[in-house]
Design a protein. Structure first.
Length: 199
């Protein structure tokens, strides 16, 4: 239950800060800064909840490596899937992914994110370090963005590390737990995701 609560909270912050339509002519650090600006606009209090949800879904589709996160979340269980099952999984995962962040983030307004600096890890990944500025209702939170820079001509978000906790890793552990607690059945995970989406 504790892990699940952490997952929901951190996943919410993760999707809070996604961006769209960036040419990879800019540094990942600039990409993150524009992400913050664009998301703040999407969460403007003058927008209706439905408008916020629609904007946030488009942001995620354009800026997050949903397929990469989906397969990482499945871990070693991926190799047990046929091509048909992989297609089925990607479809249901995207629905789950979009609903998770959009429904929760629509309640937020004008988050204050300070982008601090970036560090290139290798030719494929760059980490961008930022801070969710403290308010009267929450403490300062360190947010480290893992940006993938080699899949397309533009950067994509592949993971966030919030106060030392990888969101992608937490989700993979949760998915693995569901599968293992159902005698290794991947279909049990599919059913769990479908149930969430249908609510």
């Amino acid at each position: 239950m504790f892990v699940k609560k952490i997952h929901i909270f951190y996943l919410s912050i993760f999707f809070l800060i996604s961006f769209t339509n960036n040419s990879y002519t800019m540094e990942p650090e600039q990409f993150v800064q524009q992400t913050v600006d664009y998301t703040s606009d999407a969460l403007n209090k003058d927008h209706t909840k439905e408008e916020k949800i629609n904007k946030l879904k488009k942001i995620a589709k354009d800026s997050v490596d949903i397929k990469g996160i989906a397969f990482y979340s499945l871990g070693s269980h991926r190799k047990n899937l046929s091509d048909i099952k992989k297609k089925e999984y990607l479809e249901i995962f995207e629905e789950y992914f979009l609903k998770t962040f959009a429904s929760r983030l629509a309640e937020f307004t004008d988050p204050k994110i300070r982008v601090d600096f970036q560090k290139k890890l290798n030719e494929k990944y760059t980490m961008v370090y930022s801070t969710l500025v403290a308010t009267e209702k929450r403490p300062e939170i360190k947010i480290d963005w893992r940006i993938i820079t080699s899949v397309t001509n533009e950067p994509l978000i592949i993971d966030l590390v919030i106060e030392g906790i990888s969101i992608a890793k937490v989700q993979r552990e949760e998915f693995n737990s569901i599968i293992q607690s159902n005698n290794g059945s991947i279909d049990a995970l599919f059913e769990n995701l479908r149930e969430f989406v249908s609510k």
